[in-house]
Design a protein around this ligand. Sequence first.
Ligand code: NAP
Length: 349
Amino acid sequence: MPEKVIIIGSGPAAWTAAVYSARASLEPLVFEGAVTEENRLASTLPLGQLALTTEVENFPGFPAGDLSGFLDSAIDEKRRVTMAPHNKEGVSGPELVELMRQQAVNFGTRIITEDVVDVDFDKRPFRLTASDEKVHESHAVIVATGARANYLGLPSEEKYKNRGVSACAVCDGALPRFRNRPLAVVGGGDSAVEEADYLSKFASTVYMIHRRDELRASKIMAQRAMNNPKIEILWNRTLAEVLGDEQNGVTGVRLSGTAGEAEMIKEVSGVFLAIGHTPNIAFLKGKLELTEKKYIRRTAPARTYTSVEGVFAAGDVADDYYRQAITAAGSGCMAALDAERWLAARVGG
Ligand code: NAP
């Protein structure tokens, strides 16, 4: 029997879509992604980008404060990460997304911890191939695979990934190799400031390497960088090469100037990339129309429809603009409602 709806992804969009479709008796099946080294390096492990952030202060319903009662029922105390090292109460990104997952499970959502590696949207029901090579059929599909952090694509960056080069300060920043050492963050947006600010808790100095003479970050975040005595912004600079050796991994960075400045070398033991994101669409292999920026194109205003009827898109995989946990969750709800109505009208489901 084909599934009524398969949801691909495991961030706020996917779990919200699961909660809503489960409560609408669509018995959703979620592919949350596989736990592999490849996914770890690409920052595409289950639970998505929210699992790679620190405390979340802007998700309505989760103010800073004592949430232990809610957390007790969903997450084993040993696995909680909220408080350290901030010594402050409130929900963390990983906890928030685990709570969402648990909420979906409580309503009967089934989960497969594999990637979807291929889709056939030409036939109905649709056919999805998972990374364990099993094929699943479904009348409707919700794509909520999110986006991943970008790298510059330098050979030296690739060489030292995992040995000082990272795109996730929260995942890697507390490692001993980064403690009391100078570190570099590449980028000038909110993520770069967030990463630099976080790393400044461990590092001796954090160099923010930005290719212009003005930050893209919001005013409040930019001010946070300026006010932090451990953050030094290196304006008009790009990363030309990550320097290092076999024994120590990253030992420095070679920086070019973008406004005629001479090259510069800085000694650092870590390089964190914060230069934007790319949507996770490779498995679609061109079966859905994309926007110019390669995000899934939605085909009707204020709907989650895609170029294939019965396939819906939610969250960052179709959003290059808002990219917030709450907007992703909202669009996951919309996708579930769109799928439910579409199924009722077309498949009698
Ligand atoms: P972003 O706003 O797109 O910023 C990317 C930064 O990387 C820009 O400064 C950009 O430089 C730089 N960059 C891009 N490609 C580069 C390259 N090839 N070489 C060198 N530099 C490069 O991305 P983001 O910071 O990840 O933020 C994404 C969204 O999430 C935004 O809407 C942001 O507000 C939101 N966000 C919010 C928070 C928060 O409020 N706490 C935290 C994180 C993210 P240019 O400026 O020169 O283009």
